[in-house]
Design a protein around this ligand. Structure first.
Ligand SMILES: *Cc1c(COP(=O)(O)O)cnc(C)c1O
Length: 357
């Protein structure tokens, strides 16, 4: 069988969750498991997150899958519901919803009398990111409508930061949020991964970690290891052929690499159809038999190439780490001009998943 696989380390997930607890000991943790747990597999990853107080998902189906699997924690639909049918089902299964827009509020009011049970709502403010949420000046009015709505069981207040990971920080958005919610005494949820690590003043009642649970960095240029995070996904394959190039010979599609000296290369059974980024240039870090080396040439659909000139013992059958413990996913992402989030989410369906720990 083709050896390309992603091994999910539940021990690392537990470790990262505990690290969040240590950073925000007074907050409840809503583990964000949208996008199939950032590509790790929702029900594969969830056992490593059992200690979380809740789960944040995007689609109702993900919430129902967690309920069906026996998870009794709070579940939150991060974009709310997309139809009245979904609202009914969310209420029935004790799934909390974000309400971020007038249309969602109106739908809730219209269905309130017929919901199976009252529903728990996170009312979202657009505190400056200008993606989802009520503007600060419209927020109190939306809150009053929720308070008057019979279908609402509990109310929480939330916003989301645009620049928690960079030098702009959260001060401006936090100020807007606190001003517009002054006097309202509901639980508050503000912090994503970057804010959990960088801004304790934003921890409040519920933190919402995503990427740090999976052991990748939320802050470009700062390694996950420096935060004490452990990588959860180990994306590995094997060498299926070896070639020796003489000076002047080219490698692969587009002749993107030309040897300047005798160069031994390993052909690795992993390509962009497995989720490895095609934009990764010559020199992207990769490990062969646990030794750090670099990619050479263009990534193709089913294969890529590692330089083994200085790894004389490497050959057919050698284990290759695309990312994991030796090569942080963030290092591959940086080389390819993206972030670890995108690479983790993009691991392809044909990759075989294993679980350890
Ligand atoms: C995705 C998401 C998060 C998690 O973000 P990370 O940067 O991965 O921690 C938190 N809150 C909301 C609303 C989200 O959509």
């Amino acid at each position: 069988m083709r050896a390309t696989k992603a091994t999910i380390d539940l021990g690392a997930l537990r470790h990262n969750l505990q690290l969040v607890r240590r950073h925000a000991p007074a907050s409840k943790i809503l583990a964000v498991v949208k996008a199939d747990a950032y590509g790790h597999g929702l029900l594969r990853a969830a056992p490593g997150l059992e200690d979380a107080d809740g789960f944040g998902v995007l689609r109702l189906g993900e919430a129902l899958a967690l309920r069906e699997a026996g998870y009794s924690q709070q579940l939150l639909l991060l974009e709310g519901v997309f139809s009245a049918d979904e609202l009914d089902a969310a209420a029935m299964h004790d799934v909390s919803i974000v309400v971020h827009h007038d249309a969602q509020l109106a739908m809730l009011e219209a269905r309130a009398a017929t919901l199976a049970k009252p529903i728990s709502v996170f009312l979202k403010m657009n505190s400056g990111m200008n993606r989802l949420g009520f503007k600060p000046q419209a927020y109190k009015a939306a809150l009053q409508r929720l308070e008057a709505c019979l279908g609402v069981a509990a109310i929480q207040l939330m916003t989301h930061f645009a620049t928690a990971d960079d030098e702009h920080g959260i001060a401006s958005q936090l100020g807007v949020f606190d001003d517009a919610t002054a006097g309202a005494s509901y639980p508050v949820s503000l912090a994503n991964s970057a804010a959990i690590l960088r801004f304790p003043e934003a921890h409040r009642d519920w933190v919402r970690p995503g990427i740090i649970l999976y052991g990748a960095t939320p802050v470009t240029g700062v390694t996950a290891a420096s935060f004490g995070l452990q990588p959860v996904m180990h994306f590995t394959s094997e060498v299926i052929a070896v070639q020796t190039l003489e000076a002047g010979e080219i490698l692969g599609y587009g002749a993107r690499f030309t040897a300047t000296q005798t160069t031994r290369v390993a052909i690795v059974a992993c390509g962009y159809a497995d989720g490895y980024p095609r934009h990764a240039p010559n020199g992207t870090p990769i490990a062969v038999d646990g030794q750090l080396t670099q990619t050479l040439g263009r990534v193709s659909m089913d294969m890529l190439v590692a330089d083994i000139t200085y790894l004389p013992n490497a050959g057919v059958g050698s284990v290759v780490e695309l990312w994991g413990g030796v090569v942080p996913v963030d290092a591959v992402a940086e080389a390819a001009g993206t972030v670890g989030y995108e690479l983790l989410c993009a691991v392809a369906p044909r990759v075989v998943f294993k679980v350890t720990g």
